[in-house]
Design a protein around this ligand. Structure first.
Ligand SMILES: [Zn+2]
Length: 159
């Protein structure tokens, strides 16, 4: 295969960055959605009483107030409800046990021979089947090198 001729580099895990994932094993995460504050007031306008409903301080409804004339000063707060939506995010794979980052590693493009850090590589795609995660940031050729990312189970074996 053509990939065998390409420059190959091993990208090591930064052990300093290794930490336990607080969401390990979970397949669904919950993120906080919007906070909604609904409040109702009685107000007086042009000698008429109205019940105003506001959501997040924006008036969404105004109805004529039909109860007894309020004796308290206006606007009179009738109710206030605070609700927050929680949205589930479903993951294709369960969350890994550990989180970590990789050590930025000097690599070399197989086409233009320029050197740069692997973190500078670009990614690009045309469609779901045609993409690259190793586009040279200098000459912009696709698949400019072969990267092997260290896996957690290899940490003790090598080095
Ligand atoms: Zn290049």
């Amino acid at each position: 295969m053509k990939s065998r001729d390409y420059n190959e580099f091993i990208i090591k895990i930064n052990l300093e960055s290794l930490r336990k994932n607080p969401n390990a094993g979970r397949k669904v995460l919950f993120i906080n959605g919007l906070t909604e504050i609904e409040s109702k007031y009685i107000i007086k306008e042009n000698d008429k009483y109205f019940v105003i409903t506001k959501i997040n301080e924006i008036e969404i409804r105004r109805e004529i107030f039909k109860g007894k004339t309020p004796k308290k000063s206006l606007p009179l707060l009738l109710s206030k409800t605070i609700s927050r939506t929680v949205e589930p995010v479903y993951l294709l794979k369960s969350e890994p046990k550990y989180l970590f980052s990789f050590i930025p590693t000097k690599i070399q493009c197989s086409f233009c021979n320029k050197k740069f850090f692997h973190t500078e590589l670009l990614s690009d795609y045309l469609d779901d089947d045609t993409y690259t995660a190793t586009e040279c940031p200098k000459c912009h050729k696709w698949d400019c090198c072969n990267l092997k990312f260290e896996e957690l189970s290899n940490i003790n074996k090598n080095d």
